[in-house]
Write a protein that binds this ligand. Structure first.
Ligand SMILES: Nc1ncnc2c1ncn2[C@@H]1O[C@H](COP(=O)(O)OP(=O)(O)OP(=O)(O)O)[C@@H](O)[C@H]1O
Length: 248
């Protein structure tokens, strides 16, 4: 469904992403992990059309979409959530979600009906008339998910939807994400909460300092020495192995 080919993004002298590639097959949940500043959000912005890459191509359903602006990509079926949730503060939950629904439903009544259906899907069915600004952090994360879903995407890009949630809130939202996939939406997610990555993702890519350093099942990447070193520093994999040997 999605192929990111050799993407490089330079900001002045800084190379935020340096020749990174990934593939997302239809119907899967693919994780994108990596230490802070690895370039994950930059790569998302390039996939969704918010940033023009310095080099490389983005292929969606077999077509090169690299020149297309974000709104054209949204029409094709790519939606993203933002790490920092910023609902329209003066609007209620229904209207906030309807903003996404207007992409495919020009009439207000239809957009509102779509918004209500999406709200129920993410567990906000009882909050439709509330002001978005009155929602808790967990509620805002669900709203962010709903706004993206209301555009009826084929590919959903989730940027740390679990960040800032407590363990019980995470447990509640994980099945919602799985259900979205089961209903036919392919998902690429940036996530730091490893327990959720292990539970949800069919496949994981690891980005570190702008380069893709590993790819595999969640279990495979967790024990990959390159990944351990990227998170814990040079020599960490050897130290861990030595410690394990001394305990054996
Ligand atoms: N618009 C910009 N101008 C200049 N530098 C930028 C810009 N956007 C990102 N960067 C830099 O690019 C690098 C990658 O940032 P990015 O936000 O993509 O990383 P990330 O992996 O998403 O990090 P985190 O997990 O902390 O969100 C960082 O060094 C960041 O400071």
């Amino acid at each position: 469904m999605l192929e990111v080919k050799d993407i490089t993004m330079r900001f002045g002298g800084l190379t935020a992403v340096g020749g990174a590639s990934l593939k997302v097959d239809k119907g899967r949940i693919v994780g994108l992990i990596g230490p802070n500043g690895a370039g994950k959000t930059t790569l998302f912005a390039i996939i969704a059309g918010f940033l023009d890459p310095t080099a490389g191509r983005v292929i969606f359903e077999g077509s090169d979409i690299t020149p297309l602006p974000a709104h054209e990509r949204a029409k094709l079926g790519i939606a993203r959530t933002f790490q920092i949730v910023q609902p329209f503060a003066g609007l209620d939950v229904r209207e906030n979600i309807a903003v996404g629904a207007y992409l495919r439903h020009a009439r207000a009544a239809e957009a509102h009906a779509k918004a209500e259906a999406v709200a129920r899907r993410v567990g906000l069915g009882g909050d439709l008339d509330k002001q978005a600004s009155s929602l808790t952090v967990a509620g805002r994360k669900r709203l962010e998910l709903a706004r993206a879903l209301a555009t009826e995407p084929k590919l959903l890009l989730l940027d740390e939807v679990l960040a800032g949630l407590n363990p019980s809130e995470i447990r509640d939202i994980v099945p919602v994400i799985r259900a979205i996939r089961d209903e036919g939406v392919t998902i690429l997610m940036i996530e730091h909460v490893m327990q959720a990555v292990m539970n949800l993702c069919d496949e994981v890519y690891v980005l570190a300092q702008g380069k893709m350093i590993a790819q595999g099942t969640p279990r495979e990447v967790c024990v990959d020495p390159h990944v351990v070193e990227a998170y814990l520093g040079k020599g960490a994999a050897d130290r861990l192995r030595a410690e394990e040997a001394s305990h054996a």
